[in-house]
Design a protein around this ligand. Structure first.
Ligand code: SF4
Length: 285
């Protein structure tokens, strides 16, 4: 069997930086409580390891209010402006591991909404990155995820300035399609494609590989948005696409009759998990 592994599989620069930041803080501050605002990445294995080293997760603003001391690390997804304000009010030390690409979106959204633009975020409204971006936009903001959302989008003032940005991990093709639908409405629109290059390259490579193999394996946590997108993209090209979290989820029988297998992984999948999958597929076939 021929195995083709994606070169772009695994931690992206933003996730790598965030995870390294947490381990660094553990090393530097062994006498203090370390918190992350939300799980540092969407990966159970990494979260378990950090929990074993005493790192606690703050799940929401209410929990944050109950923290009296310690260090709070902001994950790569970023947070809304009011979370920074809340931490300052409580006098908590914070370490900001928001990915610079996400920070850039916060800045755009903040500036554009101050200038009077209505903000449209193309993405998944319940994803923490989008919740964070939303928190820099004031009240005049919509999140659009589907074609139905885009068609239903309507503003009273036809001359309204609209600024469209994207969740960094959104599917580029879908982004273009949704922007096209919104553009037909003729508002005064500026479109800023804020999908990060790491995501775009990963998606393009996954699509290319999936199009030429008999089966495709996508490795990543179930909650990882970018892994879900990778799975969707690969499935479009290759019907035999399997989404696994770790090697344990891979049913080798499904690969028995194929000649070529492609392997890719989401931005929050650690290298050791990817290598374990690659090695086992290699050994078994
Ligand atoms: S996917 Fe891109 S934007 Fe998101 S954390 Fe990684 S590098 Fe940053």
């Amino acid at each position: 069997m021929k195995i083709e592994s994606a070169k772009t599989a695994g931690f992206c620069p933003g996730v790598k930086r965030a995870v390294e930041t947490v381990y660094e803080q553990i090393r530097l501050h062994q006498d203090q409580e370390i918190y992350t605002y939300g799980p540092i990445i969407h990966n159970e294995e990494v979260i378990k390891d950090l929990a074993g080293q005493g790192v606690k997760i703050i799940h929401n603003e209410e929990e944050l209010r109950g923290i009296r001391e310690g260090i709070v690390i902001i994950r790569s997804h970023g947070v809304a402006r009011n979370i920074y304000e809340q931490m300052e009010e409580q006098g908590l030390d914070s370490v900001d591991a928001t990915c610079p690409f996400v920070k850039k979106i916060h800045k755009i959204v903040d500036e554009e909404s101050r200038k009077g633009s209505y903000i449209v975020i193309i993405g998944n409204g319940v994803h923490p990155e989008v919740e964070g971006i939303r928190g820099w936009a004031g009240d005049r903001v919509s999140v659009i995820r589907t074609e139905e959302d885009a068609r239903a989008f309507e503003l009273e003032d036809p001359g309204q300035k609209v600024c469209i940005v994207s969740q960094t991990t959104f599917n580029y093709k879908k982004f273009k399609d949704l922007v096209e639908i919104i553009s037909e409405k003729r508002y005064d629109i500026i479109v800023l494609n804020t999908i990060c290059n790491a995501t775009k390259e990963r998606q393009e490579e996954a699509r290319r590989i999936a199009a030429r193999v008999d089966a495709m394996v996508v490795v990543g946590d179930r909650r990882s948005s970018n892994t879900q997108k990778l799975f969707e993209i690969c499935k479009e090209e290759c019907l035999n696409t399997y989404y696994i979290q770790t090697l344990d989820d891979l049913d080798m029988n499904q690969l028995r009759s194929v000649e070529t297998v492609g392997i890719t992984a989401g931005a929050s999948t650690p290298n050791n998990i990817i290598e374990e999958v690659q090695n086992n597929v290699r050994i078994n076939f």
